[in-house]
Design a protein. Structure first.
Length: 498
């Protein structure tokens, strides 16, 4: 467990790694040239002293399993941490040379390797950078390795490999050199060869707290302010017929398609994801954007005006997809005062859950799991992860998205850091996510009574996660939020009480 001052683990070891760590697509612009590093979509993201010629680890164009944090390394700024075997970072427009250096820290005795591969996580191996315990998660060393030179700029993927099942390395930056004879050491400590024993360096500057800019996608403030102003002018429909005093409305959907794509985690990389079950416009694919959704002519969701896309890893039993009985999205409010709820911002994307979380899920484990709807649970599968339902019961799972937004970004490096939960005082205004948005819960019901042979495309039930791309027409969403949520009463699929 990480306990050093710059990386303190939560009290509960199950929550040490943040709730979701999934991949990113982002375009940022910079060119790092003089040192022989060339990257078209990089952003240093550092607020401390710049490291000449360094490709900052957080300047990835896509990632899986990464988190950024303030670093105690010389120069300050941020590093990428919580990396374990199978995680990866992708850098676009890179020209790799005859050697590569990595600034790393580790407090895991198992160690491992950072593999540099061409194009994809399974592409040609260009270099292997060994990782050994450095004495702490913020005890930094520079390690170099010989690399297979490439011709021209291409995508470079750093893949983590280790026998450890937990985090084993932090990365602050990389350096590439087209010519090892022209690669002077510019790191604050001596560069070590791939076979040398690494040495440690103590932090000399106060870590920066400013988050990295790479991966933070800003909302269109002009459009958002206009949509918000239109929403504020709306008058709710009068309450009648004594509705239930629960702020809620819902959307029903059927399956649009199933494919190994993920427009949020693996944008523009068709087939790069595990298999997903999609709901919404059938145009959804690896390259879909929220603008594409708004322009779609049809959707598998039954509420006119909701062109949003929703998806979850496919559920199979003995290798075959489990038929879906129903899919419903509940839009509600968990605020103490639901009248503070606003509409969703334009361009918003979110992920709830953690595709990389692989933990046993016995009954009442407190993490994502399936349960029985319509009948009692009569037992568990042999591994304890899946319920067995009585006759008439069906397998069901639900995951809820955060309902507070930072008011600035519609996406973030982990696709979650721009939103957060309601504060302990029952409001959004008390924290860094001041804008209250509808609380979205996606409910999946399967035509199965559970038992043996089940798996999600992402693995165990604990890896269950759900993605959402906002495709709502604000002129449709606005009345639903204003009439149902802000008045604290239950509607169906329309802003009425009939």
């Amino acid at each position: 467990m990480r306990t050093d001052p710059q990386h303190v683990a939560p009290a509960n070891p199950k929550t040490r790694r943040r709730a979701t760590r999934v991949a990113l697509a982002v375009t940022v612009t910079a060119a790092l040239a003089a040192s022989g590093i060339y990257i078209a979509t990089a952003n240093a993201g550092e607020t401390g002293t710049a490291i000449p010629g360094a490709l900052q680890a957080e300047a990835f164009s896509a990632q899986s399993g990464a988190q950024t944090e303030s670093t105690g390394d010389t120069g300050g700024g941020t590093n990428v941490g919580w990396l374990k075997s199978g995680d990866w970072l992708r850098y676009d427009g890179v020209q790799a040379g005859a050697s590569i250096a990595a600034r790393i820290a580790s407090d895991n005795t198992a160690g491992g390797t950072i593999e540099l591969r061409a194009g994809t996580p399974t592409g040609a191996l260009l270099a292997s950078i060994p990782v050994a315990k450095t004495g702490g998660w913020q005890k930094w060393v520079t390690v170099t390795a010989t690399a297979k030179p490439t011709t021209g700029k291409q995508n470079l993927v750093a893949v983590m490999k280790s026998k450890a099942t937990t985090d084993f390395v932090n990365i602050n930056w990389f350096k590439l050199s087209p010519d090892t004879t022209k690669n002077p050491t510019s790191s604050p400590s001596a560069t070590k060869s791939a076979t040398a024993k690494p040495t440690t360096a103590s932090p000399t500057t106060k870590p920066a707290t400013k988050p990295p800019t790479g991966g933070w996608v800003e909302v269109d403030q002009t459009l958002w302010k206009q949509q918000l102003a239109d929403f504020e002018k709306l008058k709710p429909a009068p309450i009648k017929n004594n509705p239930v005093k629960v702020p809620e409305f819902h959307v029903n959907c059927t399956i649009a398609k199933q494919s190994p794509d993920d427009a949020i985690v693996f944008p523009n990389l068709p087939g790069a994801s595990h298999m997903h079950t999609f709901f919404g416009p059938d145009i959804i694919g690896a390259s879909t954007t929220t603008k594409d959704l708004l322009a779609a002519k049809s959707t598998s969701c039954q509420t006119k005006g909701d062109n949003s896309a929703y998806w979850m890893p496919q559920l199979t039993q003995n290798g075959k997809p489990v038929p879906l009985n129903g899919f419903r999205i509940y839009y509600g409010s968990r605020l103490k005062d639901p009248s503070k709820t606003k509409i969703l911002p334009p361009g918003l994307v979110m992920i709830a859950g953690d595709a990389k979380r692989q933990e046993p899920t016995p009954k009442n484990s407190g993490i994502n799991q399936f349960w029985c709807a319509g009948a009692a649970e009569t037992g568990r599968s042999a591994d304890g992860n899946w319920p067995k339902c009585a006759t008439g019961g069906r397998l069901i799972i639900s995951i809820t998205f955060p309902d507070c937004w930072d008011g600035k970004h519609v996406d973030s490096p982990d696709h979650k850091s721009h939103v957060g939960p309601t504060g302990p005082d029952g409001t959004c205004a008390s924290g860094k996510f001041p804008v209250a948005i509808p609380s979205i819960s996606e409910l999946f019901t399967y035509e199965s009574q559970g038992g043996e042979g089940f798996t999600l495309a992402s693995g165990l039930p604990s890896s269950a996660h759900m993605d959402m791309m906002n495709g709502w027409d604000p002129k449709v969403l606005g009345p639903l939020v204003r009439t149902c949520l802000t008045q604290g009463v239950k509607c169906g699929t329309t802003p009425t009480f009939d």
